[in-house]
Design a protein. Structure first.
Length: 459
């Protein structure tokens, strides 16, 4: 059933509708929770794929006799595809709609992830992982943008954090499945690592079906001048929330942002400072955040552990991702977002140093677990924060282009980090990471605005 069929005829007026205040006034109910769950579960596959690179590199190192260069490409190829996808699909989401790109990205990922399962060598697998990453490039950008534009401002941080808590279950699942399937070598006559790719493909296809029932963002519709459609979506949400539908507001202050916001607006006041801050942030956060998750199995192998031990230790460490994400829920709307980002980043730096120096198994797992707990308090805070510092007509593009820099950094990271690991050891890798996280804190504190508890429009 379409939105118009569900909510009645389109309004008589073509005047602007105050979508922002009507969405912000809504009580949070089952509709918001269902929306958060469907969107958050989709994030599972982005995070599953990100951390799968390190699992595959560790699992295939011996049977395929992979060189260090080939292992680096197995990890980097998915990130390279995500770099391209984040730039292209996030810009298209501002032009063609959030919902449409949601369907495109998971569909592409599902198709190429399944194709990856049939790869016969490292080159084929790397190329196919590039295309799978291309599909996922804008997934987290769209999760952030889409939820921020629907959720009432009082709970925006909490509910986006819950969405990522669903998503981050994918990280320990990838490692636990990897450890079990790699240990068994084959299941039904098929290599265990191939089942990891099949599972991701089929799961993403199922979530894509669920997403076909999602409405388009009314904030985006209003920003494109499609006020009748925006009003219809808002009325439908109000009805489902048990609130009497509000009347369209025709006052001048109710008008939304211009239909088209050029990309150069990112470099004009008041957004220049924010854009520079966020580009620097995305480059630096990659080293501390994705660096650990994607390289941990390889680092543990370098410390002398077997493939199965490395994946098992990594999986135990990765349990901190959903735990940290859940821990962020009561914090994220109570502590200023900028402050929470800085505190969690310092935690990542300290725990990373302990992980790098640790030799005992219990200390490796403990430091890794605490690092991932800090990582997801950090991650959830910054994912909410980035949705709040750019306007509706520019939000997906500005976030996506900045986010693509983190993916580009992730392409380069394995080549630099694995060489450092071979030449200087894990302590040098994590010491360098700690220094970069301190620089990140300075960047956010000096250039970042305060956002917690304010409406998107007022920020």
């Amino acid at each position: 059933m379409s939105v118009h069929e569900a909510t009645g005829a389109a309004p008589e007026t073509d005047e602007p509708v105050d979508t922002a205040s009507r969405l912000d006034r809504l009580p949070v109910g089952p509709w918001h929770r269902r929306l958060t769950a469907i969107v958050g579960i989709g994030a599972f596959f982005d995070l599953y794929e990100v951390f799968l690179g390190g699992v595959l590199a560790a699992a295939l190192a011996e049977p395929w006799a992979l060189s260090a260069h080939q292992k680096s490409w197995l990890i980097a190829s998915g990130f390279l595809g995500m770099f391209v996808g984040a730039n292209v699909l996030s810009v298209l989401a501002d032009r063609l709609g959030r919902r449409r790109m949601f369907l495109v990205n998971l569909g592409m990922y599902s198709l190429f992830s399944l194709a990856c399962a049939f790869a016969q060598d490292a080159t084929q697998l790397s190329v196919l992982r590039f295309f799978a990453g291309l599909g996922l490039g804008a997934e987290l950008v769209l999760v952030d943008t889409y939820l921020a534009e629907f959720l009432p401002r009082a709970v925006r941080g909490r509910y986006i954090a819950w969405a990522y808590t669903f998503g981050f279950v994918g990280v320990p699942v990838a490692a636990l499945l990897g450890a079990r399937l790699v240990a068994r070598h084959e299941l039904l006559g098929i290599d265990g690592w191939r089942w990891l790719l099949v599972a991701g493909a089929l799961g993403a296809a199922f979530i894509q079906l669920l997403r076909t029932g999602l409405p388009e963002s009314p904030r985006w519709l209003a920003a494109r001048g499609r006020t009748a459609e925006a009003a219809a979506v808002v009325r439908e949400i109000e009805t489902k929330a048990g609130v009497e539908p509000g009347e369209p507001v025709v006052a001048a202050q109710a008008a939304e942002a211009p239909a088209r916001v050029p990309l150069k607006r990112m470099f004009q006041a008041p957004y220049t400072r924010r854009t520079v801050m966020w580009w620097i942030f995305q480059v630096l956060q990659t080293v501390g955040y994705y660096g650990f998750g994607s390289l941990a199995p390889v680092v543990l192998q370098a410390k002398g552990h077997t493939v199965t031990e490395s994946l098992s230790y990594a999986a135990l460490s990765y349990l901190g991702y959903p735990v940290g994400s859940a821990l962020s829920v009561p914090l994220i709307d109570r502590i200023e977002r900028r402050t929470l980002i800085i505190a969690a980043a310092l935690g990542i730096a300290v725990c990373g140093l302990v992980f790098g120096f640790a030799g005992a198994s219990w200390l490796i797992v403990g430091a890794g677990f605490l690092l991932t707990v800090c990582s997801n308090v950090f991650s959830n805070a910054y994912h909410v924060y980035q949705t709040e510092i750019f306007p509706t007509g520019l939000r997906s593009s500005a976030i996506g282009i900045a986010y693509s820099l983190s993916r580009l950094t992730s392409v380069v990271l394995p080549f630099v980090a694995l060489d450092l690991l071979d030449d200087l050891g894990a302590t040098a890798v994590f010491s360098g990471s700690g220094v970069l996280m301190v620089l990140l804190c300075v960047n956010v504190r000096v250039l970042g605005p305060r956002t917690t508890g304010r409406s998107l429009e007022s920020i």
